[in-house]
Write a protein that binds this ligand. Structure first.
Ligand code: ATP
Length: 335
């Protein structure tokens, strides 16, 4: 992510999507409007409702909006989530999926002092559409690991560590069993590490890491791993710091980036104004850091921290009774 402000005014593609996506987006934009940054919001449609209306859950116009913008904020898509978000990631070649695992107060976190980033490769590994086939008595899925894609994600992780004052990067793999594919991943990890002599390195097997995340989550700073392992470990990380209402994510590509909460459209509470907007807001803060607006990102983050610490204006998922917009108002009061 960038370290300094890159423009005076930013074009932001805003895709609220379905269900609570719309509510948490409205709350988040209302806070962004209070910051000392110029934004042009370009709204786009995607998701179930858009599919019903236009016959396509991800129209070309929406992709064009994302392509032209400096960054994209995405709320949630319902049943069509996989089609929409996977397609955007592919079209925009978003190779890095970032999932912060950070404790915030008054959440359902299992530990009060966890703060690390999972950097997951998002274009290859076991999750490539079409790389599965039926055989006579079962099915085969291919797991693809290329030097180019793994070097790109590993370098991203080291660079992230450097820019964010992290002192260590941990590679997660299963090179003892997957000797060729994860053997290559591990080899490339140590090659890239040589370019970052100031950053400490370690590598663990994925099964051991799943355990260390529970027994010593405080020891991690940046984890870099392949697609499937990253998918599983990032949800374990979400469990550590409690609750879908507070978990953001980012998808970064060479020509664009999309920021979205980890939660979905939550049809069970949609339209009731009860959704927790903090996951969407933390995603917007990741966007601010991506475009280089670090000071405003800090200010927004500090205001969220104050509201959570105070514990008076919390949504139902965190044990309170505040509405989505009441949380936004409380955060604005602290800006
Ligand atoms: P989708 O089909 O869109 O994935 P879902 O309900 O299967 O929807 P989520 O939207 O991730 O999956 O929601 C899972 C549960 O977590 C639901 O009970 C939902 O109400 C709750 N939840 C998710 N996000 C939030 C939020 N921001 N605030 C409060 N509760 C939430």
């Amino acid at each position: 992510m960038s370290t300094s402000k890159t423009k005076d005014k930013y074009q932001i593609a805003v895709i609220p999507g379905d269900g609570i996506g719309k509510e948490v987006m409205e709350a988040t934009i209302s806070v962004l409007d209070e910051l000392d940054i110029g934004f042009d919001y370009i709204y786009g449609e995607a998701g179930d409702e858009c599919g019903e209306k236009n016959g396509n859950p991800l129209p070309k116009e929406t992709l064009d909006i994302i392509r032209k913008a400096d960054a994209c904020l995405f709320g949630a898509a319902g049943e069509t989530a996989a089609d929409v978000i996977v397609k955007i990631r592919q079209e925009m070649k978003m190779y890095a999926n970032l999932r912060p695992v950070k404790t915030y107060p008054n959440t359902n976190a299992l530990f009060d002092d966890v703060d690390f980033m999972i950097v997951r490769e998002n274009t290859e590994g076991l999750y490539i559409a079409g790389e599965e086939e039926l055989t006579e008595d079962g099915a085969i899925a291919k797991r693809i690991i290329t030097r180019k894609a793994e070097e790109r994600i590993i370098d991203y992780a080291f660079n992230y560590a450097k820019e964010n004052n992290k002192s260590k990067v941990t590679a997660v793999h299963k090179a003892n069993v997957l000797k060729k594919s994860d053997g290559l991943f591990k080899e490339v990890f140590y090659e890239v590490a040589e370019r970052y002599p100031e950053i400490e390195t370690e590598d663990f097997y994925v099964d051991a890491t799943a355990m260390y995340l529970i027994t010593q989550p405080q020891s991690f700073e940046v984890i870099v791993t392949t697609n499937l392992f990253g998918d599983i470990l990032s949800d374990e990380g979400a469990g550590l710091v409690g609750g879908l209402g507070v978990i953001p994510s980012a998808n970064i590509g060479e020509n664009g980036a999309l920021f979205e909460p980890v939660h979905g459209s939550a049809p069970d509470i949609a339209g009731e104004g009860k959704a927790n907007p903090i996951a969407m807001m933390l995603s917007a803060i990741m966007m601010l850091r991506y475009i280089g607006e670090n000071e405003e990102a800090e200010r927004f983050d500090a205001a969220i921290l104050k509201v959570l610490n105070e514990g008076k204006t919390l949504t139902r998922d965190l044990g309170g009774s505040a509405s989505t917009m009441e949380v936004a108002e409380a955060i604005k009061n602290y800006l």
